[in-house]
Ligand binder design. Structure first.
Ligand SMILES: [Zn+2]
Length: 327
């Protein structure tokens, strides 16, 4: 039996239950918050607000959320521990990795492979040991261990920084067996870059990789190509209807189910209790972007369009379980 590390300790994969594979608790610009904390306000109030929102999610029958908040997204585990202790009915699984669309954070600029030319030999990337430490030892003396690896590739494509993080994530995966989630930009087919670098060159099994934000496109032929390559498709931004619509997102899932790919999709919302990336006024316009949207609006729509209860269960329970099972 395989277990998955969650904030409050290990959980058997068979006990993960209904799992949302991409939800944040907080997304924060850490050094802005440290210096301009006015909007964030009172720490206790923020924690209480998160507890309330996560309790409402758990009350819908969701047993586990996977929170891919890593370096670049303001990960701060002591706060998550405080919240998790007050919502014991929900497993919160946390991640390690690095989130960038272009260059690596300045911390890494003159470390590791950046020194290859100066030193005249291949210098190992310190990111790999940092990620492995988060997985095997725990994050920053909290005792909480990361259970997945995260990196990103967006519209700028495979920049040097993006490639460096992607290869570091692949190496940490091989050392630990920990599954991977990649923020992708399906509109520019970046999933194919993930396939080339991470799978073809670094040897990662695509069945252990979620291509996040696959649901941002309606190009079902492209999604079929990625599914055929073996990836898990993250239909994981339900409620973010800025460049798309609720129906477009949902109909893409319906069509992919019709094509037989329920076994390779996961559903989520990429929501958070608080995100400082967006003007609060604009956030208010995204009225469906919250933790309860899938149960309240997406699942009824999918059922109405012929997606079966079995397929829903597959996407919400079986695919997440299999992803965490060591193969
Ligand atoms: Zn996200």
């Amino acid at each position: 039996m395989t277990s998955v590390e969650a904030v409050r300790g290990p959980v058997e994969v068979t006990d993960l239950g209904r799992t949302y594979m991409h939800e944040h608790v907080f997304v924060l610009s850490a050094d802005v918050q440290q210096n301009f904390p006015e909007e964030w306000g009172d720490e206790d109030e923020r924690v209480a607000d998160a507890v309330e929102k996560l309790k409402a999610l758990a009350a819908q029958g969701v047993r586990t959320i996977v929170d891919p908040t890593v370096i670049g997204l303001g990960r701060y585990i002591p706060r998550i521990q405080r919240i998790a202790a007050q919502v014991p009915e929900l497993n919160i699984v946390v991640a390690t990795g690095c989130y960038t669309y272009d260059d690596v954070p300045f911390f890494f600029h003159y470390r590791g492979p950046a020194l290859d030319e100066v030193v005249g030999t291949e210098v190992p990337d310190p990111m790999v040991d940092m990620f492995v430490g988060d997985i095997e030892t725990g994050i920053a003396d909290t005792g909480v261990r990361a259970a997945l690896l995260k990196c990103a590739i967006d519209a700028p494509g495979l920049t040097r920084g993006v490639e460096r993080v992607m290869r570091a994530v692949a190496k940490a995966h091989h050392r630990t067996g920990t599954p991977i989630t990649v923020h992708t930009h399906p509109g520019t087919r970046t999933g194919l870059e993930v396939k080339r670098v991470m799978c073809d060159e670094e040897g990662v099994d695509p069945r252990r990789v979620v291509l996040g934000h696959s649901g941002d496109t309606t190009d079902v032929d492209h999604l079929t190509e990625l599914a055929e390559a073996g990836f898990v498709l993250g239909m994981d931004r339900f409620g973010i209807n800025l460049d798309t619509t609720f129906e477009a997102r949902a109909d893409t899932v319906v069509e992919m189910c019709r094509r037989g790919y329920a076994e390779q999709m996961v559903l989520s919302q990429d929501a958070s209790c608080y995100i400082d990336w967006i003007d609060p006024g604009v956030k208010q316009m995204l009225t469906q972007w919250h933790y309860l949207h899938i149960e309240d609006e997406v699942l009824p729509y999918l059922r109405d369009k012929g997606v079966t209860e079995d397929q829903i269960n597959t996407m919400l329970v079986d695919v997440p379980r299999r992803y965490f099972e060591v193969s």
